[in-house]
Design a protein around this ligand. Sequence first.
Ligand SMILES: [Fe+2]
Ligand SMILES: [Fe+2]
Length: 221
Amino acid sequence: MPPSSGERLIQLGNIYRASQKRIATKSQRHEGVVPWCLCAIVILDINSTHILRERNMATTLDNLKEAFAGESQANQKYLSFAKKAEQEGLHNIARLFRTTAEAEKIHAEGHLKSMEGVGTTAQNLQAAIDGETYEYTNMYPPMLKQAEADNHKAKRMFGYAVEAEAVHAKIYKMALEAAKQGKDLTGVDFYLCPVCGYIELGKPTKECPVCGTKAEKFVQV
Ligand SMILES: [Fe+2]
Ligand SMILES: [Fe+2]
C-alpha cells in the first residue's frame, strides 16, 4: 500500500534529518557546504504532496457536483414519470416514482451540503440572483436562437424561461434587500403561472405577460 501523505511527510522529515547529519559530517571536512539542494528537494516533494492533496479535494468536489446534478435530475425525472403513471391510472407505480424521487432529493441535498452549497439566506439569495441572471443573460438567449434556427419545439420553453428567469432575479433582489436588513418579505403573495414559470406578486388580474395563460389558472405554491 502506498504511504499516506502524512506518512510521506514523516518519511521526508526523516530523510531530511539524515541528510543533515551526513552534511554535518561532511561540513566538518569541507567548511561552508550548504544543504540547499536537499532543502529544495524536500520543499519540492512537500509541495507536490500538497498539490496532490489539493487535487484529491478538487476531485471530491467534482464528484459532488456531478452527483448533485445527477440526483437533482433523477428527482425531477421521477416526478415527471410519476405524473405520467398517474395519467395512465397506474397509481402504485406513480407512488413508487414519487418515493424514489424523494430518496434522490435526500441524496442531492446531502451532496449540496457537503460542497458547502447552502449559506445564509442572504448568501443564498445572492447565489440565486447570480444563477437566474446567468440564465437569462448568457445561457438561454443562444439556446433560444439555436432552437429557433432548428425550428425545434424546445424554442417554446426556452422562450418562456428566458423571460421568467429575469422576473425571478428581480424578485430575489427584492428579497435580498429585506434579508440584508434581517427582515422577511411581508405583505406579498406569489402566484405562479403553471405554463411558463412566470411569477406574479399579488393575485393576478390579467393574463400571463409571458405566455398569455388566464389569470385564474395561476397557482400559489
Ligand atoms: Fe428561475
Ligand atoms: Fe405564463
